[in-house]
Ligand binder design. Sequence first.
Ligand SMILES: [Zn+2]
Ligand SMILES: [Zn+2]
Length: 419
Amino acid sequence: MKHTRPKGTRDFLPPESARKQRAEAVFRRCAELYGFQEAVTPTFEHTEVFVKSSGVTSDVVTKEMYTFKDRSERELTLRPEGTPGLVRAILENGLRIPCRLYYVGPMFRYNRPQKGRYREFYQLGVESFGEAGPEVDAEVIALGAEFFGALGIRDCETQVNSIGCRACRPQYHEQLKRFLTERSSELCPECRTRMEQNPLRTFDCKNETCQAILGNAPKPKDNLCSACAEHFQAVLAALRARDVKFALNDRMVRGLDYYSRTAFEYISRTIGAQDSLGGGGRYDYLVEDFGGPATPAVGFALGEERALLAAEQSDKPVVSRRLVFVIAMSDGERAAAGELLAELRKAGVPAQMDYDHRKPKAQFRSADNAGAQYCAILGERELAQGLVSLKDLTTGEQQELKRTELLARLAGQQMADSR
Ligand SMILES: [Zn+2]
Ligand SMILES: [Zn+2]
């Protein structure tokens, strides 16, 4: 029987797994520079956590959730996104607000797999709870852009919009609904449903006729209350002050029900026609909707697989760990080789050796397979003189060094790499 992975999942194996690890390390560093701290929440929650937050009309809830009953008949769902679990966690644990949290981990959605999109996918996200100022929106937007820059993605465009608040959105919804109702015969069936439930979501339709109609629809940006308009202008000013390049996109509304005011998205053309690398926005009502105190919040979620795809072209080659393979030319040097191995590891240098008593030639092959950069060779003569032959497998160069010199040099390189 041949086993295959389930549709929409993927394996991360070396060297791709090293790229993934590096991207996450870069993300953690960026997030921590802005004062965010890591939060780790469960990969599944009670189903109502997601129904409550994403909104019953959203595609995520209606079509894409992995929901199941456990053996005690509990209704559980594999998290389709990170925010609701985080909100649940801060309320349940009584976290002091304001607080800034970030997360890294797998999410699950039953959707159509395509390039860079999986049913199990990794997201990198940040959330600021309890900060209302427009500068916070700008900081969060800047942090995402900075992360993509640090990954070497050059063509990432940051798009920004405002979709209003509780005060101004209902009127706008009515206005948009009227506009769509007058043209409902031309709309696709899905948009006719959206028009009734959440007219804002028609902006997400890919149908060309719908797109054309929506081109003339009233825009959220033109219907903001004065407080929202002021907030939006202040966000844009703060972005300019931080030298963050952005474009206004007055049709971008984001797919979840809980956003308010600022919405933003990162677009790259490297992967496909115009693919989103992720985005976010303000969600000032979500914590309250969960039964918590009124808590302004803003955050984003970025797609790790798509970021890795977009980074592929511009990627500096990943400095793989500088693995050293210790080689004993005969069984007489095995004990000394074992000691050298332990010393290398103690000095922070990744090292490995053969335990199957293979011939030197086979050991060199193993070193190659393991992706080692160096072979540290111990033969009878080296042992007698207290030396080690160091062979660089990438250049083929070989030189003899004193044991202490060898350790100092490799440990030094390791330190330099990790900076
Ligand atoms: Zn408003
Ligand atoms: Zn449509």
